[in-house]
Design a binder for this molecule. Sequence first.
Ligand code: F6R
Length: 365
Amino acid sequence: GLGRFEHYMLKEIFEQPQTIENAMRGRLDDEEATAHFGGLNLTPQQLRRINRIVLTGCGTSWHAGLVGEYLIEEFARLPVEVEYASELRYRNPPLAEGTMVFAITQSGETADTLAAMRECKRKGLPSLAICNVVGSTIAREADGGVYLHAGPEVGVASTKAFTSQVTVLTLLGLFLGRMRNLSYQAGQRIISHLRSMPEVVQRTLECNDAVREVAEKYFQARNALYLGRLYNFPVALEGALKLKEISYLHAEGYPAAEMKHGPIALVDRDTPSIFVVPRGHIHPKVISNMEEIKARKGPIIAIACEGDDKVAEIADDVICVPDTEEFLQPLVTAVPLQLLAYHIAVLRGCNVDRPRNLAKSVTVE
Ligand code: F6R
């Protein structure tokens, strides 16, 4: 049931401290400073022979894949490609031996994701699933895989599945990294940061009231831009997708530095830009991207770390989130963007849990 919540989407957003915990349960190994998965069904020899990874999925799951690309490349130094399942299935990419394919899917029933996985299996590649629904078609057909254990996701807009997928991909990066060049110490550091995430995301949820106030200010806008860089670029895409699907507002996600190559022409007084700008080594660069928007009189909403005076000086509105390691920031920064889409949709009188034209699982191509 809904408990104290008015909608499933809100309930599922607030479940994230728990669902992130569930995605990690029993999988962290302090002794070896790595992660373990019960169901990959590959021998250590097979796993070490992997020299390339393809992550495929649709929509939100594809966005999680983009975060996974950055994580796995950083931790395991393996080349990763992220492919829309609908493209992969009809392309004819060279899939050399040593490539491992992960189908990322909440429902396990998405037609394009299933077809892309089948196509890769046909070509002899080990195809694994990162999936939420136990016993779903993709989970059954995969050679092995990792379950999210996020519990049923009822809201059509995916929220907790995204953060669970990102958590599992972090574990996977750790696991593949520790079989290669990641040190014991580095592995331990990653584990300790991961362990703190349920509590950090719990604190992040305290931004809900601030997000609602921002939503009240902007819900009549017609367009919005979502901007971030590195680990927060896929988060920007995901924030824009949430807004589009449940509030029917036009939104676009971009890597912040790409704005000057075209989309900045869209900026005016009525077009808010939502900057995802937590602390990190790219922070000063994102600040200059914010100044570019400011100079064109675009309103700026910033998702930033507590006490970030530099951002507060430039932005019209700031939503504060806890400080975290850069590679774990998506788990934190996705939350205010989910809430922003939620509150804007509610203020616009939209059916948050069952948006028009959308179904929870897309079983047609
Ligand atoms: C977005 C959303 C969709 C799904 C996509 C893939 O909120 O729900 O974009 O993410 O249809 O679905 P799964 O993950 O079930 O394969």
